[in-house]
Design a protein around this ligand. Sequence first.
Ligand SMILES: [Zn+2]
Length: 384
Amino acid sequence: MAGRGKRRRATVLDDDERRGRRRLEESALLLHKIKGLVGWVVAELSAGRSPSLALHRYQNYCASAAAAASPSTCACSYDAPVGTDVLSLLRKEFHASRLNVLLRVLLVVQQLLQENKHCSKRDIYYMYPSMFVEQAIVDRAINDICILFKCSRHNLNVVPVAKGLVMGWIRFVEGEKKVYCITNVNTAFPIPVSIEAIKDVVSVAHYILVVEKEAVFQRLANDKFCKKNRCIVITGRGYPDIPTRRFLRYLVEQLRLPAYCLVDSDPYGFDILATYKFGSMQMAYDANVLRVPEIRWLGVFTSDFEEYCLPDCCQLPLSSEDTRKLEGILTRCYLHREAPEWRLKLEEMLEKGVKFEIEALSSSSISFLSQEYIPQKIKLGRYI
Ligand SMILES: [Zn+2]
């Protein structure tokens, strides 16, 4: 037994060492590429030429009546560019500043990699606020750099501030910190900022439950949901950030567990669910490494309202803004291509013209959600 334990520890150490070495190699390669690009720009300028860069454009989905009518003919792809932008210093319109900003952000990234330091997108914005004007300009430059060097944001040492929470039957080590959720399964732990720092993951869970809202996560914690159900519960507290999506994807891949998602029955709830499954347009370039195609929609469905005999006061009519948003979502090409069952449920929401929140299920009994609704839906396979 002792020998086997030692061998296992040795393997884990080897794995961690290998990952550490790979990170260093990736940093060195990226630095080399950055220096090459900056050197080329300087050489072009000193030769009196205006450098220009061709940058691939990515699009994980489109949304239009035409796309809805014939989804198989659109060019959207998770792993191939749909076009090219040319960024040049000489152009007078916004592309000129786009290359300027890209080069300026690149110098910050170069320094981060050389000094093995990390910072946030917000830190970068505050280094040159008058040049960057707004955060979105920096965000786009970071996206541009990732596309240019075919890497992900974490490779640039630009780290987000994680806002997601996790609880349940899992333990892991994050850097030097032990995150042993399993010792107190109903307590919330922050989701790690970077999955690169995670090691020694152990779990005895049977599934992963993703809930849209923190209030529902807290309801489940109060009801000791994880004590009674062998699972891991995650919330991105609204629209999920990159760490939450990467963490979920990492767990699904590492632990090979099914993942179910519970969102409000309204267009925003559905959009959050779609972000987990298909990725966001904003991060189209990275959609394929961030998305969780296997995620199942557990609820709440428009049809749940009648099925669970919820009182009318819990239901609201869709506002004109809701209806517009819903109609827009319904034209997204992936719904026609990859998730026709989801589209049918959405069409039902539009037809009935009503919305309600997950919490409406608590109207008859405060613990109905945790004791009946979720366990039954999973047990009976009532998800899509
Ligand atoms: Zn499309």
